[in-house]
Write a protein that binds this ligand. Structure first.
Ligand code: GLN
Length: 251
């Protein structure tokens, strides 16, 4: 297993640090041909417009789309989630290119601007059931997107009440009580659809490695939706608790 990490901009080094701690081989991806040598891919957080411009400059989009289509596991965190979404709102003028594949609509800056970034304890029933450990994880949202619509094949792994985070920050994304009711006062912040995993927050910035090990256990999907060979047999990904000490929580 060799995990590629898109290394154009953003928090790719932080993902690589976690992979190293887990003893997983990794390659920084900056050119399309490098994707041929990896079994899965992480698209990190950062600034999705800048990242998309760099990806375009390096002619990466066709290879990224092909990689997604081949059914290889891909995980997008934050800006990476925006990359994977079939549809994004709140983009800069002129929009930006997306890799697509994930049947959802994402709002690019749902939680507001940079200073409205926040951290929260996020319930993660599916991850805790599969990986063990506590029923929630510390989740860091940095000028974070949120998923406002999902297709039928998308499995929701985590959602968050918007009243506490968004209305307190008076985000421009939520303008009326009616809109809040429509979204049942919750927005989706983590999903899985076949070979695709996406999180609106940054697991690579905390000591909890369960999102990484969950991703590393994901198997490639074949055309008919069944999974192909398991790829993690040589890596021990058992959750060993919070081995590293986290920084204090910023409220
Ligand atoms: N909202 C940001 C964007 O549009 C993403 C923020 C992040 O990746 N931390 O790119």
């Amino acid at each position: 297993m060799v995990v590629g990490v898109l290394a154009l901009q953003g928090s790719f080094n932080e993902h690589i640090a976690v992979l190293k701690r887990l003893g997983v081989k990794n390659v920084q991806i900056r050119k399309p041909e490098q994707l041929q040598n990896v079994t899965s891919l992480i698209i990190p957080g950062g600034e999705s417009t800048t990242m998309a411009k760099l990806a375009e400059y390096h002619n990466l989009f066709p290879a990224l789309r092909e990689f997604v289509k081949m059914g290889k596991p891909v995980w997008g965190t934050c800006a990476g989630l925006i990359f994977l979404a079939n549809k994004a709102t709140g983009q800069k003028n002129g929009g930006q290119e997306l890799t697509g594949g994930l049947d959802c609509t994402v709002h690019r800056n749902f939680f507001g601007s940079q200073i409205q970034s926040f951290e929260t304890e996020l319930p993660i029933p599916e991850i805790a059931a599969k990986e063990g450990g506590p029923p929630s994880c510390r989740a860091v949202f940095i000028r974070a997107p949120a998923i406002i619509e999902v297709g039928p094949d998308v499995k929701v792994l985590a959602d968050i009440p918007v009243s506490s985070a968004v209305t307190a920050n008076s985000s421009p994304a939520i303008q009326s009580e009616e809109e809040l009711t429509k979204s049942e006062k919750k927005v989706i912040v983590a999903v899985k659809q076949g070979n695709l995993l996406a999180t609106a927050f940054h697991p690579e910035l905390t000591a909890d490695t369960r999102w990484h090990s969950y991703f590393l256990k994901m198997e490639p999907e074949t055309e008919d939706g069944t999974s192909a060979i398991a790829s993690t047999s040589s890596v021990d990904l058992t959750f060993t608790g919070r081995a590293m000490i986290d920084l204090p929580i910023f409220q």
